[in-house]
Design a protein around this ligand. Structure first.
Ligand SMILES: *[C@@H]1O[C@H](CO)[C@@H](O)[C@H](O)[C@H]1NC(C)=O
Ligand SMILES: *[C@@H]1O[C@H](CO)[C@@H](O)[C@H](O)[C@H]1NC(C)=O
Ligand SMILES: *[C@@H]1O[C@H](CO)[C@@H](O)[C@H](O)[C@H]1NC(C)=O
Length: 331
């Protein structure tokens, strides 16, 4: 192999300078489905490469980052901003080149975007469907996990009468049992026969039962994330949430950041930098399977390069890949 890392970097440098200044480095792959629900404190989540994208429930792309930004049309209240000629969705597309856009937030919830399926279909046809002409994929309105959610999506598709092209189903889930989460995703997948994005989920009891402890959450995150990483049809997911403990409006133990904005143990677990601290998890949420992780002892990290050689060979591969991608974009 005569092309060394240095040579490759020498080729790459002028190529990158002549490439599109706004093109984004991150691509979402089967090992980087994880995203961030929120737009701040993002850099530290990038150290393992497991996180590749983020969204902010709107058009505001937050702090500067090379993570892929996914805009969302939250609901009726955002239509004026969405259609603004200078700061609306077209300006965001020009600046951030999103590959996907998300539809409305929890449409069947009165306290959220609160849309009838017909209103949802009308909004979709007016503000979302036309964007597909630019090659952008569209995610369904994301229902909450109340039983009305699946029916809302079915009624929405009926109201669309073939006029809404949904490229993937987005959904939210809040509960305490990982087995139920997996069943829920399987049901949506088999019902709609589309890829799934889980754009919010957390260990949160909305049914008057006990709230999850930190070990319960670590276990539920581990089991649900492992399931989604292993399913081709789960394209992306974002835990709720990428907030500081004091800013989270549900069980604060679901936060991935301390009040100083640093990754806590759950945040480190989410990106694969720390083993889950499940010791003492209660039966809640563990399901009946035998695949329960055995606590936080002995947690080596799978898959991270362990010495300088593997770093430089992986950097060389990365450099080759960047040259190829850059040439492809140029010509
Ligand atoms: C965005 O641009 C397209 C043309 O590419 C145009 O048809 C559409 O009306 C614009 N949408 C908004 C909301 O400005
Ligand atoms: C789940 O936990 C096990 C045991 O610590 C670990 O090997 C595995 O990588 C974890 N999976 C995820 C997706 O965090
Ligand atoms: C989790 O769900 C599974 C499947 O319904 C059930 O067998 C198990 O008892 C549940 N665990 C708890 C603690 O509710």
């Amino acid at each position: 192999m005569t092309l060394t890392l240095t040579t490759c970097l020498l080729f790459l440098f002028p190529l990158l300078i002549s490439a599109h200044p706004t093109s984004r480095a991150t691509t979402v792959t089967s090992t980087s489905k994880a995203g961030l629900a929120g737009g701040g404190d993002m850099a530290q989540f990038q150290k393992t490469g497991k996180v590749s994208w983020y969204y902010t429930w709107g058009l505001s792309s937050g702090e500067d980052t090379d993570l892929e930004f996914v805009p969302m049309l939250w609901g009726q209240k955002d239509v004026a901003g969405w259609t603004d000629p200078n700061n609306g969705i077209n300006a965001t597309i020009a600046a951030r080149k999103p590959t996907a856009i998300l539809g409305m937030n929890e449409p069947q919830e009165k306290g959220q975007s609160n849309l009838t399926p017909q209103q949802g279909a009308d909004m979709w046809k007016t503000y979302l469907e036309p964007l597909r002409a630019q090659g952008i994929r569209l995610g369904s309105p994301a229902p909450s996990s109340a039983p009305s959610g699946k029916t809302w999506i079915q009624d929405f598709l009926t109201a669309c009468a073939g006029g809404c092209t949904v490229d993937f189903i987005a959904l939210h889930w809040y509960d305490v049992n990982a087995t139920h989460f997996i069943n829920y995703l399987n049901d949506f997948h088999s019902t709609f026969n589309l890829p799934i994005w889980v754009t919010e989920w957390a260990c949160q009891n909305f049914n008057n039962g006990p709230q999850c402890t930190a070990p319960d959450i670590a276990l539920l995150l581990n089991q649900t994330q492992a399931f989604m990483d292993s399913q081709d049809w789960v394209e992306r997911y974002a835990w709720y949430g990428t907030m500081r403990v004091g800013d989270l409006n549900i069980n604060s133990l679901d936060a991935m950041l301390t009040n100083d904005g640093k990754l806590n143990d759950l945040g480190e677990q989410y990106i694969g930098a720390e083993a889950p601290k499940t010791s003492g998890a209660s039966p809640i949420g563990t399901g009946t399977g035998g695949a329960r992780p055995t606590g936080s002892g002995g947690g080596g990290l799978p898959g991270l390069p362990g010495n300088a050689d593997s770093y430089s060979s992986s950097w060389l591969k990365t450099c080759f890949a960047l040259v190829a991608v850059t040439l492809f974009q140029l010509f």
